[in-house]
Design a protein around this ligand. Structure first.
Ligand code: CMP
Length: 138
């Protein structure tokens, strides 16, 4: 069944000029790009997005990094989008990511790992609503 997920091309990948190459891989894998924009977020906005990780030791590093430069948040659609996008991304740590995955191809470390993808339906709904108004995701 058609499903939506939320993704971010993170500041490391944007800085390195990988945006178009990542989008090409996403389209090649069968995802429709429903909505996308380029923006920068504040540290407070990054903290709001990653609130579930607030107690983790890497929270400060993560939110500094995510507010360090432009990102491309986007909404993607396909059958089984949430699980399939996580497969396409590969493991959180690029050292463990399978060949051909976005993190194997484009990421450099567990913190600077090129892309984010929602992990469940509820988080996808929260994350899409955090970055996009309803009128942007029709
Ligand atoms: P993401 O899928 O965006 O969700 C949470 C992020 O926290 C994750 O990708 C990683 O980039 C980041 N993260 C997880 N573990 C660590 C860590 N040990 N050090 C720094 N960042 C981490």
């Amino acid at each position: 069944m058609s499903q939506r997920t939320f993704s971010i091309i993170k500041p490391d990948a944007v800085r390195k000029g990988y945006t178009a190459a990542i989008l090409a891989e996403i389209e090649k894998a069968g995802f429709k790009i429903v909505s996308i924009k380029r923006m920068s977020i504040s540290k407070a906005q990054a903290e709001g997005f990653y609130y579930v990780h607030a107690e983790r030791g890497f929270f400060g590093e993560l939110t500094d990094f995510m507010s360090s430069g432009p990102i491309f948040p986007m909404v993607l659609e396909k059958d089984n989008a949430i699980a399939d996008f996580r497969t396409l991304m590969g493991a959180t740590n690029p050292a463990n990511a399978a060949e051909g995955t976005l993190r194997k191809l484009f990421a450099s470390s567990i913190g600077e790992n090129a892309v984010h993808g929602s992990d469940a339906e509820e988080t996808a709904a929260f994350e899409i609503g955090y970055f996009f108004a309803g009128i942007e995701v029709k």
